[in-house]
Design a protein around this ligand. Structure first.
Ligand code: ZN
Length: 149
């Protein structure tokens, strides 16, 4: 009896996406309507642009999806140890700029915030992405980038 009256846990696919993307009316997109399809099938349903890939990689950090991070990282740059930490509290992602540099290159500038061992961390990065065989990959990035015109 008592177990029936307990609320079911919320379906993560209907919850706001960890990446914080908003729809056209500035309401949070659900995870199922945002990054989840890419995380579920990165080869068959890859992120269509560098910003979507960047956002899905943030969600993958939040969800401890090391497999996704490795699959979307340029193989020459992926670290041996990603050191994902379940105790990190992710506070949010702000995408500041998405710049396409031709058909196969793009840059995304973002600020990500989290708390780690009681300490607030803020990462401001301009990331480089490359597209190969229809899929975008994270290459590398500049921390605290010089502003661009
Ligand atoms: Zn998302």
């Amino acid at each position: 009896m008592s177990s029936r009256s307990r609320a079911l846990p919320a379906d993560p696919l209907t919850q706001p996406c960890p990446c914080g993307r908003l729809d056209a009316r500035r309401r949070p997109l659900s995870h199922g309507g945002c990054c989840a399809p890419y995380l579920a099938d990165w080869a068959g349903h890859p992120a269509p642009d560098a910003e979507s890939l960047m956002r899905s990689r943030y969600s993958a950090f939040v969800l401890l999806r090391e497999d996704y991070l490795r699959a979307t990282w340029d193989s020459a740059h992926v670290p041996a140890d990603l050191a994902l930490d379940a105790s990190i509290r992710w506070l949010g992602l702000e995408v500041r700029r998405h710049r396409t540099l031709g058909a196969t290159q793009a840059e995304v500038e973002f600020v990500a915030r989290w708390r780690e061992a009681g300490r607030a961390v803020r990462l401001h990065e301009r990331s480089r992405f490359e597209r190969r065989d229809g899929r975008w990959f994270y290459v590398d990035g500049d921390i605290d980038p010089v502003p661009q015109p």
